[in-house]
Design a protein. Sequence first.
Length: 249
Amino acid sequence: MHAQPRTRRTAVTALLCAAFALGATACGPSSDDAKPAGPFGELTGSQIVDKAFAATTTAKSLTVDVDLKSADEPTKGYLSLDTRGKCAGTMSVGTASTAELVKADDKNVYMRFDEAFLREQVKDESPEVQEATIKELKGRWMKSPVSDPDAKDMLALCDLKGLLGGFEQGASGIVKGAETTVGGQKALALTEPGDGGETSTVYVATQGTPYVLRIVTKGGEEPGTITFSHFGKPVVATVPAAKDVVKTD
């Protein structure tokens, strides 16, 4: 018998919550808005951010790229997902541990963990169990039904509506900055100074639908960058070959 590894809730939650945690920071109360000329006419910075968050929540699919630089547990993730629950991506925690996720339908989810992640999960088991687990699962995908409680945290990453539903509106004090480009798209920077020297900047597309393209937080306990892209593009979620799969149900 081997011990079945479980995803660390804090790591998974960090990736899921990062987008709207930084978004909420960027949308807290502050002072009156400035109204310089430029994209979006005479809309205030806060009105533009509200408009962008509202537009982004209508996306049927997108890709989110997360890079959080907290000192205790830096987290990186790249995930494509849609409103039907289809998703695929990779998450790295710390300097070594990496987990991969594929969900192509509403029946099963596939997860694969590197050796560092597996060893972390079974570190309290006997040496025999540890080695048996590594031997069986290293380089292979774990297949679980979506009803499996152990897959709950990973499946939360596939909830696009839940991810985007965390954006807050009704802010004040967001200052319009310079025009720039994000991923080849023209964007307007909108920034709010926070407490303790922390600042958050939202980059909003100035052409086409005003999607949020990037959120950057500097300073504070969890600085990081979140980039949104591939709006409306099909999610490529390929079911692993049967020979590479270990069933856990």
